[in-house]
Design a protein around this ligand. Structure first.
Ligand code: GRF
Length: 216
């Protein structure tokens, strides 16, 4: 794969995962070039992080579009203008249409705050505590049409403490997200990671269905 890998990041909020990527890839000889950050919300703090790092930003407000299909078509056109090798969802709070997901098949990653397949969807930290989980964490996966169900790349686990609240647990999980998302992006950029017809391969070998697992 030609280096550097052009990365486009989509977000809707704080952008701490974007910041982790900026910190990981803003050096000479980086295998990754963050070409643009796109948000559906003009007030997303992640846009400020991008501007501070000299990265191009765009806002595409979904409210201006008549339905998901129309928005996703416009979003694809905007993304493709940056000729991405890889697109990373980093807290992009939109459900994507099947056409969008298919268009970026094998080059669209997401980070989710749970040890998938446990706790797909929202409020994962609260749900992990309510379920009495002793272990919680985060997952990077390729995006497919199944929400939070695409093939896993890497997961990081944290131990749940007896006195954890959703907030304290979220803090520790977030810290792990900032480790594994840049790691997965780096693997992709270096050509070590790919999604083929038989699933994810890593260094030319099939990767276990649970992806790489990092334990404390
Ligand atoms: C993270 O918890 C991520 O797992 C989820 O959205 C959140 C984004 O956080 N997909 P941030 O905007 O990167 O701080």
């Amino acid at each position: 794969m030609p280096l550097p890998c052009n990365l486009v990041v989509l977000l809707s909020g704080s952008g701490s995962n974007l910041q982790a990527m900026i910190d990981a890839f803003s050096h000479r000889d980086s295998p990754v070039c963050i070409r643009a950050v796109i948000s559906n919300r003009a007030d997303a703090f992640g846009l400020e992080r991008a501007r501070a790092a000299g990265i191009e930003t765009r806002v595409l407000d979904h409210a201006g579009y008549d339905g998901r299909e129309a928005f996703d078509q416009a979003l694809m056109a905007l993304i493709d203008g940056f000729e991405p090798t890889l697109v990373a969802l980093a807290g992009f709070m939109r459900i994507l249409t099947p056409g969008f997901v298919r268009h970026y098949h094998g080059r669209l990653l997401n980070i989710h705050p749970s040890l998938l397949p446990r706790h797909k969807g929202l409020h994962t930290h609260k749900r992990a505590l309510e379920a009495g989980d002793t272990e919680h964490g985060c997952s990077v996966h390729f995006v497919t049409e199944e929400l939070d169900g695409g093939p896993l790349v890497v997961q990081a686990a944290v131990a749940v403490q007896a006195d954890d609240t959703p907030e304290t647990l979220a803090g520790r999980v977030h810290a792990q997200e900032h480790q594994i998302y840049p790691l997965a992006v780096r693997w992709f950029a270096e050509g070590r990671l790919c999604l083929g017809s038989h699933g994810v391969s890593f260094d030319g070998q099939p990767l276990a269905a649970s992806g790489h697992l990092i334990r404390p």
